[in-house]
Design a protein around this ligand. Structure first.
Ligand code: NAP
Length: 326
């Protein structure tokens, strides 16, 4: 029992009875949507969860796994009666879906999304949001390289950040409600504006993915090193890039088409720094290399200290008896 509750004579705060939302509509039930369903059911946040997906296969799987009570081909039907609607589709699909569902959203509903780019979501979704509906864009900074309704799990958001980018003048009560929802899913929540989000994620997520896609393809196109050698000796560093490069092509195409400016800005800086390294190697400047690598190493230590990864060697892969058979 907390200190404040144990004080004699103090008024007890009564926790609200029942779920936070009576009906949550997930538009898109892939990795992110299905993980929201798992975590929301774990915390008892929804009276009912329904969903819409493009294909019958995804809808059937989502029902079979208990992710949704009902599945709809038409997102307009899914949002009827929902007090929380979450767009969990690729960024490029959000505007068209918002245009379709906009007239069917009920006053008081929170409309949010999980897209990896925020400025484009504000631009594409914002104009279709009717008065009385609370549009609060969001982005959980959590994911894996897997896709689809079977990829989700309840712990995906635990101790990961979720960024909300409310528009100026957003209703504070509803922003707090959405913040609480994400906290109950397991996340820590930070609020920032959409443009800043796109700049930060440009360097922490989008450019790293671009580098991974590129290096994997560079290796694949090499003529003097065989494909089997690339696979055989991948533990030299390449393997970790291949995991990132296995991410969904549709999602990432949409990220780069919709965060062009921030990515180009970060890519420009990256290229300048790469040329600095290239010069140091060319001229045998060991001091520069050593200093730059030492600086980079401290970033990794900071991430571990912040609890965003473990210090276990080799990205936490099991070792010893559990190691994969050779
Ligand atoms: P996913 O596993 O590929 O699932 C995408 C879902 O969207 C599927 O249910 C798909 O339906 C549906 N969909 C795709 N295109 C559609 C369209 N044009 N109209 C209607 N539905 C459509 O993708 P995800 O990884 O969950 O990503 C969803 C969103 O989360 C993206 O905006 C992404 O930027 C963001 N995000 C992803 C990650 C990550 O690591 N993956 C992390 C944070 C945020 P079908 O299955 O029927 O095709």
């Amino acid at each position: 029992m907390s200190k404040s509750r144990s004080k004699i004579g103090q008024k007890k705060t009564v926790a609200p009875v029942g779920p936070m939302f009576k009906r949550i509509a997930l538009i898109g039930i892939g990795l992110i949507g299905s993980s929201i369903s798992h975590a929301a059911r774990r915390a008892g946040l929804a009276g009912e969860i329904v969903g819409a997906a493009k294909t019958e296969a995804t809808r059937a799987t989502a029902i079979k796994l208990g992710l949704i009570a009902k599945g709809y081909a038409d997102a307009r039907e899914a949002v009827r009666g929902a007090d929380l609607v979450i767009l969990c589709v690729p960024v490029g699909a959000c505007g068209k879906i918002a245009a379709e569902i906009g007239p069917h959203l009920e006053p008081g509903t929170i409309l949010t999304d999980v897209g990896s780019v925020k400025g484009a979501i504000v631009r594409d979704v914002g104009p279709h949001v009717p008065a009385g509906v609370h549009f609060i864009p969001g982005h959980p900074i959590a994911g894996t390289e897997h896709s689809g309704p079977e990829a989700g799990f309840a712990e995906l958001y635990d101790n990961r950040w979720c960024i909300l980018t409310p528009l100026p003048g957003a209703d504070a009560v509803h922003v707090t409600r959405l913040r609480t929802f994400w906290e109950k899913l397991g996340s820590n929540v930070e609020i920032m504006d959409a443009d800043h989000h796109d700049l930060v994620l440009g360097i922490t997520s989008h450019v790293p993915h671009l580098i991974a896609f590129n290096i994997v393809n560079t290796a694949a196109h090499l003529e003097r090193v065989t494909d089997s050698e690339v696979i055989k000796f991948s533990a030299g560093g390449f393997r970790d890039f291949t995991r990132i490069a296995a991410s969904d092509p549709t999602m990432w195409r949409d990220v780069f088409l919709n965060n062009r400016e921030a990515v180009l800005e970060m890519l420009g800086r990256f290229t300048e720094d790469l040329i600095h390294l290239q010069r140091a190697i060319r001229y045998g400047d060991g001091d520069t290399l050593f200093d730059l690598f030492t600086e980079a190493r401290s970033i990794r230590r900071g991430i571990i200290k912040a609890g965003q990864d473990t210090a276990a060697p080799d990205f936490g892969r099991p070792h010893g008896a559990q190691t994969e058979k050779k």
